[in-house]
Design a protein around this ligand. Structure first.
Ligand SMILES: Nc1ncnc2c1ncn2[C@@H]1O[C@H](COP(=O)(O)OP(=O)(O)OP(=O)(O)O)[C@@H](O)[C@H]1O
Length: 510
């Protein structure tokens, strides 16, 4: 093999952190190269340097033997480097085709572009309608937009930062088929993921970062997932364990809740009922776009439901808005951490106050007690091992996994009666994912009710007492998780998995 990209001594410091410290390694032509490391290890900083978004303080790069130092992403794209981000960079109000055009240097007319989008999405098995409005797409569908946008550029190097966290197992298969096809066509792939089993299936080389430095190479086809994880964190992992406890009184009861979709392309909820008891973790699984976001909005109070459909400890809260629901003890953490769960430009202190003000006693005569807000943010950082210089830092400056730990920690530490989380370990490294799952289990063991909405079926099996499938806006009857196997869950997800999505499009083509 010959080298496509050679990195030598790349270094980048931010105030208080050296994000990359003398990083050197080589990506081969046609290689699928994994970049591994715990949250905050410096993976995103490194790939942003390669994509021209970050200027290194020191070090050099060569692309195909030529000196390579992109001053901006446009220069990187012109050199054949494309990137799909962990946080999508799409405009909600625009269509798929309009969004794709924005990322191109000389976009063709929209009609031509729509045709090319259809061609590429057919060639790579990534179903996408160029005319749909991006605001109405699920996370998995948005990612397809980003990928198709890259594929239209015919890249020599495709960088993917955490691409599978929002995908179903079937969508992951499609993505891997796409990536293998690209690598066979001679393109290289630099792939960041915390999902080590996926790395083992897909990648043929790996570089491990810790604290900004390269700590070693690994052959992902030879190493086990736990060997890779231990190399990343430099310590043995402990799996989360549930403390023995009995389910108690009903905490949250949903009674025949139906809700029209929030937008033309959203998923209506049909006649949802369940009872969540104290001490219980209810896992809700399903393919994204089957009503997860709508269910979360109905629970958080962003979209109140008809009277009598939602009860918290015997009180009808269906019509309550989010703030009184929080005050009553029903807390929620949505999936989209940057923008929905956290305000990117606000400090961690401000973000802590945003949902914690009422329950953590930060309001005095209608004014916020900033000392208390800061102390709360500091508590979260300590308890959830959020790697950051301090609570004054803006949410946007945190690595993805560290922000996720912050968002979950903020709710867990408010002593919820009921906590609802959507994709709680999205983008979180193996050790921190275990810590988050442990915190959810402990919360339940201490008497709260917990609902975990997730596409990660392993995660659901690990934490849930009971499991229910959400499919085309309908919720199946919860069953004890201990009786379940992956195959049985596959069947429960039934319609969703073989495979018509809620909006009738084919979800999988393989
Ligand atoms: N714009 C920035 N300003 C200040 N600090 C930053 C900035 N970007 C990154 N950092 C810091 O640099 C370090 C490396 O972050 P980076 O996002 O590269 O990590 P990562 O390995 O990609 O983590 P994750 O797996 O959580 O996405 C972290 O300590 C992070 O807080």
């Amino acid at each position: 093999m010959t080298a496509l990209l050679e990195l030598r001594g790349l270094t980048k410091a931010y105030p208080g952190v050296v994000a990359n410290d003398g990083v050197s390694f080589t990506v081969e032509k046609g290689g699928v190269h994994a970049l591994l490391g715990e949250n905050g290890a410096g993976k995103s900083t490194l790939v942003k340097t390669i994509y021209g978004l970050v200027r290194p303080d020191a070090g050099t790069m060569r692309l195909d033997g030529q000196p390579y130092a992109p001053a901006e992403p446009r220069a990187a794209r012109a050199a054949g480097v494309a990137m799909v981000f962990q946080h999508f960079s799409l405009f909600d109000a625009l269509s798929v085709a309009e969004n794709v055009a924005l990322g191109m240097e000389n976009p063709p007319g929209l009609r031509d572009l729509s045709r090319r989008i259809r061609e590429v999405s057919d060639a790579y098995g990534l179903p996408l309608d160029p005319l749909r409005r991006v605001g109405d797409l699920s996370a998995g569908e948005r990612q397809r937009v980003e990928i198709v946008r890259c594929l239209l550029q015919d890249p020599r190097l495709l960088i993917m930062d955490e691409p599978t966290s929002v995908l179903t197992p079937q969508e992951v298969e499609i993505l891997f088929a796409t990536l293998r096809q690209l690598s066979q066509e001679g393109a290289s792939i630099l792939y960041i993921s915390h999902k080590l089993e996926e790395i083992r299936t897909l990648c043929d080389a790996a570089t491990v970062l810790r604290g900004g430095k390269v700590v070693g190479d690994a052959d992902p086809r030879q190493a086990t997932a736990s060997e890779l994880a231990e190399q990343m964190v430099g310590a043995k992992l402990t799996a989360p364990r549930a403390r023995a406890h009995e389910p108690g009184a009903a905490m949250l009861t949903m009674k025949a809740l139906s809700m029209p979709p929030a937008s033309q392309f959203g998923t209506p909820l049909h006649d949802l009922s369940f009872e969540l008891r104290a001490g219980e973790v209810l896992g809700i699984g399903g393919v994204a776009g089957n009503g997860q976001d709508e269910l979360l909005a109905a629970l958080s109070g962003e979209r109140p439901s008809a009277a009598g459909t939602l009860w918290l400890e015997g009180r009808d809260i269906s019509r309550l808005r989010p703030t009184p629901r929080r005050a009553a003890g029903l807390l929620t953490a949505p999936e989209e951490r940057l923008g929905h769960a956290a305000a990117p430009d606000m400090s961690l202190t401000e973000n802590a106050a945003m949902t914690g003000a009422a329950r953590r006693g930060m309001l005095r005569h209608g004014f916020l007690d900033w000392g208390r807000a800061r102390a709360f943010a500091t508590d979260i950082i300590g308890a959830f091992d959020v790697r950051t210089p301090g609570p004054h830092v803006a949410a946007r400056a945190l690595s993805g996994g560290n922000l996720q730990k912050f968002v979950i920690g903020r709710e867990v530490l408010q002593d919820p009666r009921v906590l609802v989380v959507n994709q709680p370990t999205w983008g979180v490294d193996a050790a921190a994912a275990n810590a988050i799952r442990q915190a959810l289990l402990d919360l339940a063991a201490d008497g709260a009710g917990v609902i975990v909405i997730s596409q990660d079926l392993d995660e659901l099996l690990e934490v849930s007492d009971r499991f229910a499938a959400l499919n085309a806006g309908r919720l199946g009857a919860p069953v004890p998780a201990a009786t379940l196997t992956m195959e049985r869950i596959g069947l429960m997800l039934g319609g969703a998995h073989d495979l018509k999505g809620s909006r009738g499009e084919d979800v999988a083509h393989v």
